[in-house]
Design a binder for this molecule. Structure first.
Ligand SMILES: C[S@@+](CC[C@H](N)C(=O)[O-])C[C@H]1O[C@@H](n2cnc3c(N)ncnc32)[C@H](O)[C@@H]1O
Length: 402
């Protein structure tokens, strides 16, 4: 998205009312840095929210909230993440307020996510926006929306909006885990750097994993942006460790994007040997490539294709010694970490409805297919092993094959 154009010379023509289409407004009344940042964050948040809600409604998730926000295309990650989470938290009440006040007319219905994010920001958040057409819409209707909100609170017999949304936020905070990328640095040097401002200690189970207090935000820290550390959860880090690949091995990462386990394998292999990282989805394959570049590993070949099409008799796979298989899953076992509890489907009483079951059945069928394909791969190398993670809806399984 291009930045807003330079400040106009004659501000007396009144405030600009464009920007609802995702483009910056032509005439902004005020363009200080904070407002520009907020303007863009609302649009980036709206785009993420659209994908999250569509994925939730169709049960075809394009990725977790975090992975969508922290994809390379989102610039203001911190503000966008906060806006998406907060808007989701307030979503039912925002929809009710916008619906009952008639603000969400047919014109704005097409940009519902932007209206909802903007309404959150102006009614409940930090938003002091004056530019952008969605902002103008909410500001012009602020009194009507506030009255609608008061009526809803009165009807539900609560004194504040917080009482209406409070239940959803009761989640125990988790520590911030990170993995040191030993291709670029050492755990000791990262500890030295981070301990200047954070409490940090080594995990007692996973090598090169560090633990920081819950809520520590390192997303834009230079250690993260330059690939010296990866913000990777503890369970995710256990997989490559369990596979235990040796330097010089040839390994397949069957379902690789966003690539956290791929680059972990590369670090454990000391950058020696080779990894074939296979990813079916074109967009996610780009994210995988970005992760690989950030890691500094030069022994990873990324392949945008179907793991099921890999023919183990092909000579290029002859020396494969291990397969890491981490197929798409329902996320049911990791919903809190994935922030799925914020999604509309989580609060509906439909966790076991037909569409959920059918989605889980499809995922389960793919997991079985992928696992049997991995097991059927008869590489020339006499000994090989693989690690498969296959979380199912009701039983989260981790299967070790040997
Ligand atoms: C759970 S994610 C993998 C996470 C990854 N291992 C990591 O730690 O960063 C599963 C990935 O498998 C991909 N995928 C699904 N079916 C596939 C197939 N048939 N071949 C290759 N990749 C596939 C999905 O697009 C998704 O990116």
């Amino acid at each position: 998205m291009a930045p807003p154009p330079p400040q106009r010379k004659n501000p007396s023509r009144g405030p600009a009312v464009t920007g609802g289409n995702g483009r910056p407004p032509r005439r902004m009344a005020s363009r200080d840095a904070a407002e520009r940042a907020a303007f863009f964050a609302r649009r980036e948040a709206a785009a993420v929210l659209r994908r999250v809600l569509r994925g939730d409604a169709t049960r075809r998730s394009a990725g977790s909230i975090k992975s969508l926000v922290y994809s390379p295309t989102v610039r203001n990650k911190r503000a966008t993440f906060a806006l998406v989470c907060q808007t989701l938290k307030y979503l039912p009440i925002l929809k009710e307020v916008l619906g009952s006040s008639g603000v969400l007319n047919s014109k704005w219905k097409k940009q519902e996510e932007l209206v909802v994010v903007t309404a959150y920001d102006i009614l409940f958040g930090q938003g002091t926006a004056v530019s952008g057409s969605a902002e103008q819409l909410i500001l012009a209707n602020k009194d009507i929306l506030s009255s609608a909100l008061d009526r809803i609170c009165a009807k539900r017999n609560v004194s504040s909006v917080e009482d209406l949304v409070g239940q959803k936020t009761a989640v125990k905070p988790k520590p911030r885990f990170l993995r040191v990328n030993t291709l670029k640095t050492t755990a000791e040097s990262v500890i030295e750097e981070l301990s200047k401002i954070h409490m940090v200690y080594k995990d007692d189970m996973v090598p090169d994993m560090l633990v920081l207090p819950p809520g520590t935000d390192l997303h834009s820290h230079p250690l993260v942006t330059n690939g010296k550390v990866f913000l990777q959860g503890k369970a995710s880090c256990m997989v490559a460790v369990a596979l235990n690949p040796k330097p010089g091995w040839k390994v397949i990462d069957a379902c690789a994007a966003p690539g956290n386990k791929t680059v972990h394998l590369a670090a454990l292999m000391n950058g020696e040997g080779s990894i074939i990282a296979c990813e079916l989805n074109k967009e996610r394959a780009k994210t995988l490539q970005h992760t690989v570049r950030r890691s500094g590993a030069n022994n990873i070949q990324t392949v945008n294709g179907d793991f099921l099409d890999i023919d183990s008799k092909d000579p290029s796979y002859a020396e494969v010694r291990a397969i890491l298989l981490d197929p798409s899953c329902s996320g049911s076992g990791i919903s809190t970490e994935r922030l799925d509890y914020l999604l509309p489907s989580h609060s509906r009483d439909d966790q076991d409805d037909a569409s959920t079951s059918s989605r889980v059945m499809k995922l389960s069928a793919f997991q079985k297919k992928a696992l049997s394909h991995a097991l059927s791969c008869k590489f020339q190398f006499p000994q090989w092993r693989g690690w498969s993670t296959a979380p199912a809806r009701f039983t989260r399984q981790r299967m070790r094959m040997s």
